[in-house]
Design a protein around this ligand. Structure first.
Ligand code: 1BN
Ligand code: ZN
Length: 356
């Protein structure tokens, strides 16, 4: 291109009148082409600009819709994650549904966490004598250099037997686990996605545990949590505290202050529930005492990590029944819990022990 311009300049300098006429003829032709191009392209370009403007406006609207309450958490996305898990079938260790769901969750953890791994273990189940392969799925965000490091816990397996089903004929059947299993995972999956876009002010370890609900006795529950907890004393860097999400997807959920959590982490519980009220989620997280629940938080507490259990245990007659299905749950409940967690993890001055 540079060379072409040099050549025409040379002609202009030494070519005389004929060359000037030729040049003005060329200008005329170029002007005609330009005019035609403008005439043909301008309307198309204007239409394109209008379309782009409309897209931009729509994008801004979509963003502002999420941002209205200052959070990015999308309850519809979380709901899809819940339904997808239930559609695999009951996620009972040793079944194909369990394998498929493991891949589904682990893919998301690999995509959105800085670091992802599985903690594999086996358990010989007294009911069948079978040795069951199990996997804790673990991912971290912003972990190594954060002064406050939070282990966010939920279980991804579903109970092998509907032993609380009102109908005795169902009591050997595995449960769908929409609320008891899929709800906590759904919130975590959406949370790790939004916190990849908007960095948390704390370090987060997503600990998605297996074998919580094998049972039927409590001596065969919380299996993944027990395996994970063994490593807590030697973890480097050390986690600061833990938060467990369990059964948080029920329609119109209310999550009172679980008793063991208040006993073991009173300051954290007070701070968490105070924050919920401050951001308008006081009715989802009412400051009233709830039941005392044995759950995945106890093995962690026993190994020195204060951990609170956010659980709505008021779920009869669906709890541990074949009727623990998505129609008992709602996107709204997932959204409320998700927004609370997003807000907690992005606080400019994160809560830490000693802050009161
Ligand atoms: C929570 C969800 N749990 C099981 N599925 C723990 C639990 C065990 C709660 C026994 C109450 C009684
Ligand atoms: Zn359960």
């Amino acid at each position: 291109m540079g060379q072409g311009r040099n050549n025409s300049n040379t002609s202009g300098l030494y070519g005389g009148k004929r060359l000037a006429r030729k040049t003005s003829g060329r200008y005329l032709a170029a002007l005609v082409v330009l005019a035609l191009t403008v005439a043909v392209l301008a309307p198309a370009q204007a239409a394109h600009r209008a379309k782009a403007k409309a897209h931009k406006k729509a994008g801004k609207l979509a963003l502002s819709k999420h941002k209205q309450d200052g959070t990015l958490f999308d309850e519809k996305e979380a709901w899809t994650y819940l339904v997808d898990q239930v559609n695999f079938g009951p996620r009972v260790p040793g079944t194909p549904a369990h394998d498929k769901c493991e891949n589904y969750i682990f893919d998301q953890v690999k995509k959105y966490c800085d670091d992802a791994h599985e903690q594999k273990f086996t358990y010989r189940w007294s009911k069948t004598g079978q040795v069951l392969p199990m996997q804790n799925i673990i991912g971290t965000q912003n972990w190594a250099n954060s002064p406050v490091r939070i282990v966010l816990v939920t279980h991804w397996d579903s109970r092998a037997e509907a032993d609380q089903d009102p109908n005795p004929a169902n009591r050997n059947t595995p449960i769908p686990g929409a609320n008891d299993g899929a709800s906590g995972v759904a919130v975590m999956m959406e949370l790790m996605k939004v916190l990849k876009q908007q960095a948390p002010t704390v370090g987060i370890m997503y600990f998605i545990t297996d074998g919580e609900d094998l049972g039927p006795g409590e001596d065969e529950m919380y299996l993944g949590s027990i395996v994970f907890a063994k490593g807590i004393p030697t973890m480097n860097p050390k986690p600061t505290y833990g938060i467990l999400l369990d059964m948080i997807g029920k329609k119109n959920t209310h999550i009172p202050m679980e008793y063991n959590s208040v006993q073991n982490a009173p300051d954290l519980m007070r701070a968490f529930y105070t924050h919920a009220k401050a951001i308008g989620l006081g009715s989802t997280f009412p400051m009233v005492q709830g039941d005392q629940i044995d759950d995945d938080h106890l093995p962690l507490i026993n190994k020195g990590l204060p951990t609170i259990d956010l659980i709505d245990f008021d779920y009869r007659p669906y709890w541990h029944s074949v009727n623990d299905t998505p129609d008992k749950c709602s996107p709204d409940s997932l959204g409320k819990v998700g927004k609370m967690m997003e807000s907690w993890f992005t606080m400019p001055k994160p809560w830490r022990p000693g802050m009161g």
